[in-house]
Design a protein around this ligand. Structure first.
Ligand SMILES: [Zn+2]
Length: 412
């Protein structure tokens, strides 16, 4: 035995439990608390606090993090302007600079209980493969504390940004794990479709999953989501494709949206919502809209919905911490989940649903799963989000990576 977490409150079982992690770092048993003694084994007493599987951030732009720490000027506060702001920043990237910023964000994420990240990395004719080289180096240096999947992401489009197609193949050869996409960046709807076709072609060549930014626009005419879901079924890629943002779905009429959501369900499609885009999607006349997808309806229809940080203090977004309890709470507000029942959906989104996006094996609190656990300084899920509670212990495969004596019960 490597470690025992006793007196844990878990969502998967009634009462308090002891979680025993074996020498291989896997969960050996999850039994009622108080039945056994564990002489000679490291024991952490969770004291009835909430214990969750490790948090998973399935969409984080690790190459861009902290590039706006010295400030972010923006005249119109639109998505298009944000993309322009990033051009200037990424033209000046060096591998070392990207690597160091990425490592900082990974360490911060671990502190917040995240030991699995899917990182989007720009591939285009502005930064070339410098962002990828930097994030690959960061991944290698942090491999003991965080499992990272890298998405080769054509932020500027493929046909709109000459040379990107070749660079995407090079990125996959260099070790990217997932192929990304940004069909809405193309000038014409027919080119958006060709973009999706090419992404599937690359995915099949390398046998990798797909994670595209899809329809990140309030334009109801952007319809790459339905096409991508249909394509997933045609190509036998059910369960392997994720759409980030999927904003236009919220701006399309109900009859069309119902049809698309049914197609998403049939395609076993993942939708990843990034609540921080509330600040990015551009300024509306009053009454302002939120710029996020149909979260509640997708959940009700049984589509796998995850949520993620997306951006931390970069050309897109001045804020962001990397803390899932932080952006999860933001999504609870945006989706108007305001009960002890519905806040559980958000906890699912930062754990199991995100693990499904990354297709993680052996995830969860059950015998045989990896001993990747967070002991949260809160008694309930609602309290964890309300307080954005610190993580007392971050445990990866039975080893304590981070601990905090930060308390929530201040004496005043
Ligand atoms: Zn993104």
């Amino acid at each position: 035995m490597r470690l025992v977490v006793k007196n844990a409150k878990i969502r998967e079982k009634e009462g308090l439990v002891d979680i025993v992690i074996d020498d291989e770092g896997k969960i050996a048993s999850v039994g009622d608390a108080g039945l056994n003694e564990y002489p000679g084994v490291d024991v952490i007493d969770a004291g009835g606090n909430l214990v969750t599987p490790t948090f998973v951030d399935p969409h984080l732009h690790l190459d861009k993090v902290y590039t706006a720490c010295k400030g972010r000027g923006s005249k119109y506060e639109t998505l298009e302007e944000s993309i322009e702001i990033m051009h200037e920043i990424k033209r000046n990237y060096t591998v070392e600079d990207v690597k160091n910023r990425a490592i900082r964000a990974i360490r911060e994420s671990v502190k917040f209980g995240v030991t699995k990240i899917r990182a989007n990395v720009d591939v285009d004719n502005i930064g070339g493969l410098t962002p990828l080289k930097g994030v690959l180096a960061a991944k290698e240096e942090t491999k003991d504390i965080c499992d990272i999947q890298i998405v080769a992401f054509p932020q500027e489009g493929i046909f709109r940004n000459p040379g990107t197609e070749k660079l995407l193949y090079e990125a996959m050869d260099m070790g990217a794990d997932v192929i990304g996409g940004m069909p809405a960046a193309e000038w014409l709807e027919e080119l958006s479709r060709k973009h999706v076709d090419l992404v599937f072609e690359i995915a099949k060549k390398y046998d990798v999953d797909i994670d595209m930014h899809i329809d990140q626009t309030k334009d109801p005419g952007a319809k790459s989501l339905a096409y991508s879901a249909w394509k997933s079924i045609q190509e036998g890629y059910q369960g392997r494709v994720t759409g980030g943002h999927c904003v236009s779905l919220a701006y399309q009429n109900q009859a069309y949206a119902d049809k698309v959501m049914e197609l998403l369900r049939l395609a076993d499609f993942n939708v990843c919502v990034n609540p921080g885009i509330l600040a990015i999607m551009g300024v509306d006349p009053e009454p302002r809209t939120r710029g996020i997808t149909r979260v509640r309806e997708l959940v009700e229809k049984g589509v796998n919905v995850a949520t993620s940080q997306d951006t931390i203090c970069d050309g897109f977004h001045l804020y962001g911490t990397g803390n899932p309890l932080d952006y999860g709470l933001l999504l609870a507000y945006e989706a108007q989940y305001n009960s002890t029942g519905t806040i559980e959906y958000i906890m699912d989104m930062i754990t199991y649903n995100s693990a499904k996006v990354m297709r993680l094996k052996d995830y969860g609190i059950e015998v045989g799963a990896k001993g990747d656990l967070n002991i949260v300084r809160a008694k309930t899920v609602a309290e964890a989000f309300r307080l954005r509670a610190p993580i007392a212990y971050v445990i990866k495969e039975g080893k304590v990576l981070a601990e905090s004596d930060y308390v929530t019960d201040w004496k005043i």
